[in-house]
Ligand binder design. Sequence first.
Ligand code: AMP
Ligand code: GLY
Length: 420
Amino acid sequence: MNILLVGSGGREHAMAAKIVQSPLCDKLFIAPGNPGTENLGMNIDLGVSDFKGLEKAILHHNIEMLVVGPEVPLAEGIRDYIEPLFPNLMIIGPGKLGAQLESSKAFSKRFMQRHGIPTAAYIEVNQENIEVGIHYLNEHQGPYVLKADGLAAGKGVLIIENNGEAISELKNMLSGKFGTASETVIIEQFLSGIEFSVFVLTDGKDYVLLPEAKDYKRIGEGDTGLNTGGMGAVSPVPFFDAGMKIKVIDRIIRPTIEGLESEDIPYQGFIFFGLIDVGGDPYVIEYNCRMGDPETEVVFPRIESDMVDLFIKSGVGKLSEYQLLTNPLTAATVMLVSEGYPDAYEKGKVITGDVDKPLVFHAGTRILNGNMVTNGGRVMALTSLGEDIPSAIKNSLTLAESIRFEGKYYRRDIGLDLIS
Ligand code: AMP
Ligand code: GLY
């Protein structure tokens, strides 16, 4: 079948690499894709929110499966738009209703409360009840966790120690710091523990558990400095042992999928559970309605099953007995970023080195006058497989050294905290 993948990051490059391995895939199209996906299929120059353009591409290229990488088109209702037009098209990614698990934190917190899913205690604040929010902040000790309700490109969560600052940031958020995304703010209890990410592919009834991962969000080594989209990741996660896995399935994954089903929220696609281990008990920090980036760059290379076959099974309600084959090796990825990221950075720096290796996943790159140049904050994710974290990470770091562009920065400590 011909497949259209929507997105342009390292996540989509890693997905594309897996999809083209399948004998079930005839032609792969990527909209808009990047120079990495160009080597795997045909990039189509369309934005992820250009539903009309995507509709035409589906028709023109005889697409039978649509795989949506990022959250924005899902939250905007790409499935709701495309599905009625192409009843036989298989779509991987939930409709607008299900995507609210990510696109509205107020929705996801209420959902978790209704279904008894462990998550931080919280209150919901808007301009009308701002006094309740201020009162809450005054009654509690820091650190304070303030979250914009809507999508804010990964920047909508503030963790603040100081009470006065928290109150002033609450006011800023409600007056539009993150635009309409922060018209409602969630103030929640601060949870202390180690974070990890778990992924499923579900048809809204059954699910297949994918390999778990841990990502490294802060810009600086030792988890310091500003939050980013992700500076690296590893899979598997050593502390996600059999006991933790059972707790995550029983307390979080099952109740989530049963909750969607019982509320008649159709859901076909990935659910990314952002979790935290608090003294041996898993809590949900957030849901995402898609795969993670850079988590996909370590999760997908560990999947040995045919991903297109798995997507088809999810489309025809045959996930219940699916046995996913995974690679026992450890995958690690190191993200090369532009100097200045996640604040302002320059683009257009010429990239040299071995950028066409199979597990080098492009994110912010483009071809300019015949040269490959940087085109974003996160430039590329360098994945390696190894017997353990040190051997996987060593290979990624060697590659990180050898690929060059002006202002290149990366973390050298990805995965080190997990080595006992
Ligand atoms: P999110 O965008 O929801 O993933 O939040 C960004 C980051 O903020 C998370 O990865 C956590 O490190 C942190 N965070 C979010 N919620 C909490 C919480 N309730 N307690 C502690 N840290 C949190
Ligand atoms: N790496 C975190 C995310 O994809 O949201």
